[in-house]
Design a protein around this ligand. Structure first.
Ligand code: ASP
Length: 354
C-alpha cells in the first residue's frame, strides 16, 4: 500500500526544523508523544530532572514501538504508552496529577479512533488508576462518548478496571504547588486527603522552578499503525487549583484530542480554556482535509497564529495517515518525542531542539 506524501518539500522547511520527510508511507507505523508544554527553559531545570524527563519520554516511545512492531493497533499503542505515563509522577496524569482547590485529583482523559470516528472520554474521575483505559471502555463498551464523575466510576467498576483510593495519586510536589497557588489567590488550604502520606520536605528550588515554568505535564499520544489507522489519546489532571468541577480540553473530542484517517490525529496540551474555544485538534485536521494544508502548516496556523492571537498557550503533537509527523507549541518548551518505523527516536524538550 503506497500513500503519497504530498508535503515532503514543505516539511523540510517546517518550523523547528523537526520533520525529516519520508517520500511515501508503505504501511509502516509512526508515533508521536507529548508530556506537556510550558515555560521550560534551558538551565531552569536540574540536569537530573531533565535526564528523568528524557528517559521517561524515551521509555514511552519504546512501549509504543513494542505494540506497533508486533502489528498492534494504534489504539493499543496509545493505551500502553499512556498507562506508563499515568503511573509516572513526573507527569500531570494519573499518579502525579495536579490538585484541585479542594485538594482532590480529578482526572480527565479521551481517546479517538481515526478509522471509525468512535471516541470515548471521561472527566473528573478520582479513583480509576488508568483514566485512558476508562475512556477506551466508554468508546468500546457503552452507547456514550463522555462520562463524568461518579457515574464514570460506576462504569469503571462494572468494566473491571483497576480502582485505587484517591490518595494513590498524591504527590508532595503537586500538593505544594497547589498550596502555593491557593495562597496567591487568597484561598484556604484544604486538609490533606485521607490516606495521604505524612508531609515530607520538598525541594523549594524545584517548586520555584515549577511555578515559574508553569509546566503543564498533560500527556498525549498520536499513533499510526501498519494497517494505516490513526488514533489519538490524552490524559491529564487538568490545571492546578482548578475549581467548581472545571473540565479542560483534554477530554473534549475536537479540542484536546481528535483522529480521522482522512486527515490527521492530534493531541493537545496547554491552557484548556483556549483549546476548547478554538477546537484546536479538529481544526488542525479540518485545515488538512478541507484546505489541503500540510500537517505542519495546519498545526502552526492554529497554534502559532490563532492560539497565540487569543493569548492562549500550549502545543500539540500530530500525524497523518501517510506518516507525516508534526509538533507545534508557542511555549518555550514541550516534552515531546517521535519515532517512525525504521527511524531513530527523537526526544526533545526545549524550543530550539529538533
Ligand atoms: N490542557 C489541560 C487542561 O486544560 C492542561 C494541560 O495540558 O496540562 O486541563
Amino acid at each position: 500500500m503506497f500513500r503519497v506524501l504530498v508535503s515532503a518539500a514543505t516539511l523540510a522547511v517546517s518550523s523547528f526544523g523537526m520533520a525529516e520527510a519520508q517520500e511515501f508511507n508503505d504501511g509502516s507505523w509512526a508515533l508521536v508523544i507529548h508530556g506537556g508544554a510550558g515555560v521550560i527553559e534551558r538551565g531552569a531545570m536540574t540536569p537530573e530532572r531533565e535526564a528523568e524527563y528524557r528517559a521517561a519520554m524515551a521509555a514511552a516511545l519504546e512501549r509504543g514501538e513494542a505494540i506497533l512492531n508486533a502489528n498492534g493497533s494504534a489504539l493499543d499503542a496509545i493505551e500502553a504508552v499512556i498507562h506508563g505515563m499515568e503511573d509516572d509522577p513526573l507527569f500531570n496524569s494519573g499518579r502525579g496529577a495536579v490538585f484541585t482547590a479542594a485538594g482532590r485529583n480529578e482526572l480527565d482523559a479521551s481517546i479517538m479512533d481515526g478509522a471509525t470516528l468512535n471516541a470515548g472520554a471521561v472527566a473528573g474521575v478520582t479513583q480509576v488508576r488508568h483514566p485512558i483505559s476508562l475512556a477506551r471502555e466508554v468508546m468500546d463498551n457503552s452507547r456514550h462518548v463522555m462520562l463524568q464523575g461518579e457515574g464514570a466510576e460506576t462504569f469503571a467498576r462494572e468494566q473491571g478496571l483497576e480502582i485505587v483510593p484517591p490518595a494513590f495519586f498524591f504527590t508532595e510536589r503537586r500538593w505544594a504547588a497547589m498550596e502555593r497557588t491557593l495562597i496567591s489567590l487568597g484561598l484556604d488550604i484544604p486538609p490533606r486527603p485521607d490516606g495521604a502520606p505524612e508531609p515530607t520536605e520538598i525541594d523549594h528550588g524545584e517548586l520555584d522552578r515549577d511555578a515559574r515554568e508553569h509546566r503543564f505535564g498533560t500527556v498525549g499520544v498520536v499513533a499510526l499503525d501498519r494497517a494505516g489507522n490513526i488514533a489519538a489519546g490524552t490524559s491529564t489532571g487538568g490545571t492546578t487549583a482548578k475549581r467548581w468541577g472545571r473540565v479542560g480540553d483534554s477530554p473534549i473530542i475536537g479540542a484536546g484530542t481528535y483522529a480521522n484517517n482522512e486527515s490527521c490525529g492530534v493531541s493537545a496540551t496547554g491552557t484548556g480554556e483556549f483549546f476548547i474555544r478554538l477546537t484546536v485538534a479538529s481544526r488542525i485536521c479540518a485545515l488538512v482535509e478541507m484546505q489541503g494544508l500540510d500537517l505542519q502548516a495546519a498545526s502552526d496556523q492554529v497554534i502559532m497564529d490563532e492560539l497565540t492571537a487569543m493569548e492562549g498557550d500550549g502545543g500539540i503533537v500530530a500525524l497523518t495517515a501517510s506518516g507525516e509527523i508534526a509538533w507545534s507549541f508557542n511555549t518555550p518548551g514541550m516534552y515531546r518525542a517521535r519515532l517512525s518505523e525504521g527511524g531513530e527516536p527523537v526526544v526533545a524538550i526545549y524550543g530550539d531542539e529538533d
